[in-house]
Design a protein around this ligand. Structure first.
Ligand SMILES: C[S@@+](CC[C@H](N)C(=O)[O-])C[C@H]1O[C@@H](n2cnc3c(N)ncnc32)[C@H](O)[C@@H]1O
Length: 281
């Protein structure tokens, strides 16, 4: 199991190093669609000026940046991530801010000498093959009075931006999701999310559901951007498809988007997001 996990992690790290600049431009630096959750998460965890906050799997620093705005001179925020490219972007994006730092380390293995008041983790728990270990690690790094705030995407059925492509992709490209990849949908419902957090020893667990809208443009834009933004290994698999199969794949995706397509041709996807809060004790 450990070898499978470490191979997946290596692969995932490589992917995030490659896609981080595009991810930052398309998603993290704009508060559209699912990224309306950043403000919700920050509001829900109620940050105090003096708080010491940790942002786990901070990526290019979108949540970290907002936390920094909430804390005062006595507070401090640290963002951690395994992608060196994401950390580089996060540092650059925040270069004029004091009382924050970004560190390259793994959510399942970090250790700090100080304990935190709040730990946040947006859109990453499902990437950790041993999510339980990451949560226990968060618990050990919290003050007794500390709390966590975790955002995840809803299940694929409730995020048609993902499923419209994924459901067809796995049909036309059988190894689209490489073996050893954890089920990224596994915490996309309230019961599963609560259950793993409870198992890690947290209490007062509350999960709130949000539905945001996301407009990726017309179908042509949605498809073009999918091809533009996907990671290299997936693009190679897509490029290896015969022309006729690729056309079928595209048509199958289009079919799935029809129910979300308005009369003017614009797609408006609903996007379910779950935000969990829990206390250490
Ligand atoms: C979808 S991004 C979310 C980034 C950021 N929290 C945000 O809201 O934009 C997922 C991030 O998880 C990071 N990640 C994946 N596995 C990780 C691990 N085991 N430890 C730390 N970071 C990890 C990736 O490098 C990537 O930056």
């Amino acid at each position: 199991m450990k070898i499978i996990h470490s191979k997946y992690k290596q692969r995932n790290m490589k992917i995030w190093n490659e896609v981080a600049p595009r991810y930052h431009k398309r998603w993290a630096s704009v508060n559209k669609g699912p990224f309306q959750s950043t403000k919700k998460l920050i509001d829900i965890v109620k940050i105090d000026k003096k708080n010491l906050v940790l942002d786990v799997a901070c990526g290019t620093g979108v949540v970290t940046k907002q936390i920094q705005k909430k804390i005062g001179k006595c507070g401090y925020v640290v963002g951690i991530d395994t992608s060196t490219t994401a950390i580089k972007i996060a540092k650059k994006w925040n270069e004029n801010n004091n009382n924050l730092d970004f560190i390259n380390t793994d959510a399942e293995n970090f250790a700090f000498s100080k304990k935190f008041d709040i730990i946040t983790c947006q859109y990453a728990l499902f990437f950790f093959p041993n999510a339980q270990k990451a949560l226990k690690n968060m618990k050990n790094s919290l003050k007794k009075s500390g709390k966590i705030g975790i955002s995840v995407h809803g299940s694929n059925d409730n995020v048609p931006f993902f499923s419209s492509i994924l459901d067809s992709a796995v049909k036309y490209i059988p190894d689209y999701v490489p073996p050893g990849t954890p089920d990224l949908d596994r915490f996309g419902n309230k019961t599963a999310l609560k259950s793993i957090v409870k198992k890690a020893g947290f209490s007062n667990i509350v999960v709130k559901e949000f539905i945001f809208n996301y407009n990726p443009g017309k179908f042509e834009d949605y498809w073009k951007n999918y091809i533009k933004y996907i990671a290299k290994p997936l693009k190679e698999k897509l490029n290896a498809l015969e022309y006729s199969k690729r056309k079928e794949f595209r048509n199958s995706v289009k079919e799935k988007t029809l129910q979300y397509t308005k009369k003017n041709g614009e797609i408006v996807f609903p996007w379910q997001v779950l935000i969990l809060t829990a206390k250490n004790n």
